[in-house]
Design a protein around this ligand. Structure first.
Ligand SMILES: Cc1ncc(COP(=O)(O)O)c(C=O)c1O
Length: 454
């Protein structure tokens, strides 16, 4: 039985519960949250009471829902994540890597890999993807460079990469997984932004179909689910088992997973896999493509179109920084983008992106470009062009070590005890244990101090 059907049936039993959660399925709701959230959400919020399942060792309704999802995604196993893709990244690192194991990580990974490094004690080797100055974004993974790194470091145990990137750029996972297999390296793909790929061929090819061992998807990013729901899949032909992943998830997960989130995860997958869902997604993709075509016809406007997922619309306007465009859209048109950099602006679309919203964006862009709209610009944020990290200690080695705050002018060449990352996209600029370089200091020069290792 599905989680949803079970809860519907359970409600009708009208049991008297002396259990958590103490709101008693909405018998009490703090008045202000009732006003904002309504009552219904609470009526689905249960604990592991009789008949319900346990996310930490599922044998009932959660197991059935996860097994069904694994079938839909064509995975060996699928885990529902109620603490975001971040928890999937951390758990998979913790499950696979032992203290001292070497792990190759693409530097444009999400900062949750740092948490995985602290927990696992693994030693990071960073792969720097090419930086595209014209757009202010990272490119995909260069296959030759990857092979070179793996050939040079034969003891690397796993490779962690993001596909698509935060801005939608795709890499050739098929070739990457073949290289990883050749060097006996486990491939973990953070597909947080590719959660719709299994349901529409034109968006991208899921890493699960291309030989990845572990794939993590955020359902809340493009697939229309509640924050912070996500999935972790194990590849069908991967040698990895499910036990280590479950144990690692249990170490970091709450013992009170949210049933509203689990219900929403199940319902989202069900919908995406239905004929109705596929049609809905088909329409969405059609509408996005229509918008992109229209944007491309606007003079002085460029849309990034080089092997990317079109749900991430990256644009730039001639003689205008991404920050300026972002400010104009926000202040004059009430449009908020996902992210801006010195060159471009990123619009994230997904199941909730209506035709009306796309139209509004189109009109605003036409207006801005045709009428040369400007606003008085605040001081633009500093530009940071990624530099190779210099590792003095691994994140695990400096975790909990004594630190002090020093003025920036005394920080050059000291060991950072801070994680510095812009959010979004949450890509680390500097991690604890890394040597502070001039480029870092230039970038954070608005600050007074930074934490360094004593
Ligand atoms: C590429 C990437 N991976 C992982 C994450 C973390 O996802 P979540 O918010 O689901 O934990 C993010 C969040 O921004 C992301 O952009």
């Amino acid at each position: 039985m599905s989680i949803i059907n079970f809860i519907e049936k359970f409600k009708k039993l009208n049991r008297t519960l002396f259990t958590t959660p103490s709101h008693g399925q909405g018998d009490f709701v703090a008045p202000l949250s009732l006003k904002l959230l309504g009552h219904k959400f609470f009526t689905c919020d249960y604990s592991e009471i009789e008949g319900f399942d346990n996310l930490a060792s599922p044998i009932g309704i959660i197991k059935s829902a996860q097994d069904k999802a694994a079938e839909i995604y064509d995975a060996k196993a699928t885990f529902f994540l109620i603490n975001g893709a971040s928890s999937g990244i951390v758990a998979s690192m913790f499950a696979i890597l032992k203290r001292g194991d070497k792990v190759l990580i693409s530097r444009n990974c999400h900062k949750s890999v740092y948490n995985g490094l602290v927990f696992s004690g693994a030693v990071p080797i960073w792969l720097m993807p090419q930086y595209n100055r014209d757009w202010g974004i990272f490119e995909g993974i260069n296959i030759d460079y990857l092979e070179e790194m793996l050939a040079k470091n034969r003891d690397i145990k796993a490779f962690i990469m993001t596909n698509p990137t935060y801005e939608g750029v795709m890499s050739d996972i098929y070739q990457i997984s073949n290289i990883c297999k050749k060097y006996n390296v486990i491939l973990i793909v953070d597909e947080a932004h590719g959660a719709l790929w299994n349901f529409h061929k034109a968006l991208g090819t899921p890493a699960l179909f291309q030989g990845a061992d572990i794939v993590i998807q955020s359902l809340h990013k493009t697939a229309g689910a509640l924050n912070p729901s996500a999935l972790l899949h194990i590849g069908k032909n991967s040698p990895l088992g499910t036990k280590a992943i479950q144990q690692a998830l249990n170490l970091i997960n709450t013992t009170s997973p949210s049933y509203p989130l689990l219900v929403n995860i199940e319902a989202t997958i069900d919908y995406l896999n239905s004929e109705k869902g596929k049609l809905y997604l088909y329409e969405l993709v059609k509408n996005i493509n229509r918008l992109i075509r229209s944007l491309k016809a606007i003079p002085n406007l460029e849309v990034y179109s080089y092997n990317n997922d079109i749900t991430k619309i990256l644009v730039k306007v001639t003689n205008m920084s991404g920050y300026e465009l972002s400010d104009i859209l926000y202040e004059k048109y009430g449009i908020e983008d996902e992210m801006a950099n010195e060159k471009s602006v990123l619009f994230l679309t997904g199941l909730g992106t209506t035709k009306l919203k796309l139209k509004k964006l189109e009109k605003a862009m036409i207006d801005i470009c045709a009428n040369n709209i400007k606003i008085s610009e605040d001081k633009p944020p500093k530009h940071y062009e990624p530099v190779e990290p210099r590792i003095k200690y691994t994140p695990a080695m400096v975790w909990g070590r004594e630190y002090k705050e020093v003025d920036l002018k005394y920080a050059l060449s000291r060991v950072s005890m801070e994680l510095i990352a812009d959010y979004p996209p949450g890509v680390p600029i500097l991690l604890p244990g890394e040597v502070i370089r001039k480029e870092h200091l230039d970038y954070i020069s608005d600050r007074q101090k930074i934490k360094v290792l004593v």
